[in-house]
Ligand binder design. Structure first.
Ligand code: NAD
Ligand code: UDP
Length: 310
């Protein structure tokens, strides 16, 4: 198949390109390089089945493809809050432009959504039927509401035009190829630990997240894309093993053998207090669950950053 991956030069996108290329598909990697990098896709450049398209997905584009993975959007709060208007445009216009393409060429489309659609949740763990508690006017809303609008567009194109759509609600994912300046917690803590700087824990560190290793997530995305047409509603993809941010800091200090100390700083506005995916739907319809332990995944990620920093 010919497969378009928007955001293909980013952290998740580059792993997805690599997996699908190895399976024998033709890959169109579209990116505007806001948070992605050429380094991430270097191993694929030159492969005749890999095409790189420098393009901003807020603008229309006409391509002929069989499948579309719409991943274009900065995912780290630091980057999506840098130009919030651009972030919501990327989510809304990006969904409209890729859906328009899917409609024109009758392609199947998968939207990368997020656990952020649940906001600061009162339901724990979060299941797909929960509508969420999102602040519509806060500093995270360009991303949260942008993704909620993208989900809405997917479902309306399905109801109105009969499109074959999939929605993956991705929970915190980590692994090699997160950018050094990404700003999300795993890369921040590893880089701080490896360079002997203070580990910046926001708030009291008792807020929780559940971390999925990138290879597991990519497997889940591909399985979701390959489900029958009847499957169209959102599916949670993430690792249900939950940690406090303080536990994560301590684990990374121990695994790196670092002498870094923990420095507490203010919790950013609207930072969710708890987050853990309920994945029984993914288990049932995709026969999927994360396989990589925190020790293994974190070990591989630490090795990646150690190499990058040296
Ligand atoms: P990332 O920032 O590494 O990748 C995003 C990619 O999209 C980058 O290559 C960036 O340059 C590109 N991009 C941004 N705006 C664009 C635009 N207007 N036009 C074209 N390209 C554009 O982030 P990631 O972690 O790889 O996330 C990929 C997708 O998965 C995002 O949609 C994100 O919201 C979603 N997601 C990721 C996580 C996670 O933990 N990694 C969690 C939930 C959802
Ligand atoms: N966080 C932290 N220190 C950092 C970066 C993040 O304590 O250097 C916290 C952040 O406040 C949040 C959690 O770690 O509670 C996860 O943050 P991240 O930006 O990785 O993703 P989020 O799930 O908030 O989108």
């Amino acid at each position: 198949m010919r497969i378009l991956i928007t955001g293909g030069a980013g952290f998740l996108g580059s792993h997805l390109c690599e997996r699908l290329l190895a399976e024998g598909h033709d890959i169109l990697c579209l990116d505007n390089f806001f948070t992605g990098s050429k380094d991430n896709i270097l191993s694929m450049v030159g492969n005749p089945r890999f095409e790189l398209i420098r393009h901003d997905i807020t603008m229309p584009i006409y391509l002929e493809v069989d499948q579309i993975y719409n991943l274009a959007c900065p995912a780290s709060p630091v980057h999506y809050q840098y130009n919030p208007i651009k972030t919501i445009k990327t989510n809304v216009m990006g969904a409209i432009n890729t859906l328009g393409m899917a409609k024109r060429v009758k392609a199947r489309i998968l939207q990368a959504s997020t656990s952020e659609v649940y906001g600061d949740p009162e339901v724990h763990p979060q299941h797909e039927g929960y509508w969420g508690r999102v602040n519509p006017i806060g500093i995270r809303s360009c991303y949260d509401e942008g993704k909620r609008a993208a989900e809405c567009l997917m479902m309306d194109y399905r109801r109105q035009n009969g499109l074959d759509v999939k929605i993956a609600r991705i929970f915190n994912t980590y692994g090699p190829r997160m950018a050094l300046n990404d700003g999300r917690v795993v890369s921040n803590f590893i880089i701080q630990a490896l360079s002997g700087r203070d580990i910046t824990v926001y708030g009291n560190g008792l807020q929780t997240r559940s971390f999925c290793y990138v290879d597991d997530l990519i497997e889940g995305l591909i399985r979701l894309m390959d489900t029958p047409e009847e499957v169209s509603g959102p599916v949670n993809l993430g690792n249900p093993v939950e940690f406090t941010i303080l536990e994560l800091a301590e684990k990374i200090i121990a695994m790196t053998g670092s002498s870094s100390r923990i420095l507490f700083s203010p919790l950013p506005q609207d930072d969710p207090i708890q987050r853990r995916p309920e994945i029984s739907l993914a288990k049932r319809i995709l026969n999927w669950q994360p396989e990589t332990s925190m020790e293994k995944g974190m070990g591989l990620t630490i090795a990646y950053f150690r190499d990058k920093l040296s």
